[in-house]
Design a protein around this ligand. Structure first.
Ligand code: TMP
Length: 236
């Protein structure tokens, strides 16, 4: 299927229409932002890593019964996906304290939780993606009760599958962010991406960070971290 007009350009991806209204093409860029868009840069090769890794992980999740928007990888940076309307919630699952969790509650990073946590933020740049709970999401009509309960089940199931998968690669899945979309028939599917931009990955032996925190925190070795994750996933 061929690209027609550009529908949208986000911080890390562009989305193009196709000749079929039910499908769009996503094109991954090397651009990176952090700290609510204040920090801008590029991470060489990131678009390729995120596209290939996300597609690979979505196919694993599909096999395990988590429906996704993925259809077909078209090239290193481009993927055909089912067109969805994005549910305006960022769904964050955490297995270990880090990032905003550690900051918000005044605890150190690296505390292993007995059970994974889930949190939602309202996907709204003008409001800086404020944290909200299920009742707020319902009040704001961002999703229905049934949709939220499906989203929670898919997010926790995804966590179990991905946690076990990454552990085999010597990687601890600390936390990650998912986004969900609605197909034209109302079915909820996993959308957006699963990549070092949207997950925290720590090496199982050294706890070395292998994700976008290296960019967010000016740690250096950003490209190397993305390449290392690519190498582990694709056994290159
Ligand atoms: P946080 O600790 O900053 O809330 O991030 C939790 C996880 O969500 C982490 O793996 C990074 C990911 N994330 C995004 O993908 N996009 C975002 O805008 C934010 C804030 C976090």
């Amino acid at each position: 299927m061929k690209k027609t007009e550009q529908l949208y350009e986000g911080k890390a991806k562009k989305v193009f229409a196709t000749e079929d209204k039910d499908f769009v093409i996503v094109s991954y860029k090397d651009d990176a932002t952090a700290l609510d868009g204040l920090k801008k840069g590029t991470i060489g090769g990131k678009g390729v890593v995120n596209n290939r890794m996300s597609n690979f992980l979505m196919q694993i999740l599909e096999k395990e019964g988590v429906p996704t928007h993925f259809v077909e990888e078209l090239s290193e940076r481009e993927t055909l996906v089912r067109k969805v309307s994005i549910v305006p919630l960022e769904v964050i699952i955490r297995n270990v304290s880090a990032g905003h969790f550690a900051q918000r509650y005044g605890v150190e990073e690296g505390i292993v939780f007995d059970e994974p946590t889930i949190e939602f933020s309202y996907k709204n740049d003008d409001l800086h993606d404020p944290l909200l709970n299920e009742y707020h999401a319902l009040a704001l009509k961002l999703a229905t009760k049934e949709e939220i309960s499906k989203i929670k089940a898919m997010a926790f199931k995804g966590n179990e599958v991905l946690k076990a998968y990454f552990l085999k690669l010597g990687v601890r899945l600390i936390d990650f962010k998912l986004e969900f979309g609605k197909l034209s028939d109302g079915k909820i599917v996993l959308a957006d991406e699963i990549s070092p931009d949207t997950c925290r990955f720590w090496d199982v032996n050294t706890n070395e960070k292998l994700d976008k925190d290296r960019f967010r925190r000016d740690m250096g070795g950003v490209e190397d971290a993305y390449n290392e994750m690519m190498r582990r996933v694709f056994h290159e």
